[in-house]
Design a protein around this ligand. Structure first.
Ligand SMILES: [Zn+2]
Length: 109
């Protein structure tokens, strides 16, 4: 019987494609690593927040206001903190922070 994950010969689709199996394992390992990092970041954020609340008297409302302020710093309320965009000194086109030189005219940042 042909089912999900099997081919016409009744063998697993992944059985015939070792590269696909390796890619799948790599993707799963990356997901597991990202989950671990997210768990650590969540724990660290919560520890910092509870310390700020206890030691500095910061309120939940103040935290929510700061989150919204930072979220809106790139002009979009999207639940993310944006990367600031600058202009090329020569051609005035927008430059990503990721690039050291303008991708249009090559002028260094
Ligand atoms: Zn430029």
């Amino acid at each position: 019987m042909i089912g999900a994950g099997t081919n016409w010969f009744g063998m697993s689709d992944l059985y015939d494609f070792p590269d696909a199996r390796a890619a799948s394992r790599d993707a799963q390992a990356q997901i597991d690593d990202l989950r671990d990092r997210l768990d650590r970041m969540t724990l660290l954020s919560y520890a910092m927040w509870t310390l700020a609340r206890e030691k500095l008297g910061v309120t939940d409302e103040q935290l929510a206001d700061r989150v919204q302020e930072l979220d809106l710093s790139d002009g979009k309320l999207d639940g993310k903190i944006g990367v600031p965009v600058t202009e090329c000194l020569k051609c005035r086109r927008k430059m990503s922070q990721r690039h050291r030189r303008c991708i249009y005219c090559g002028t260094p940042r």
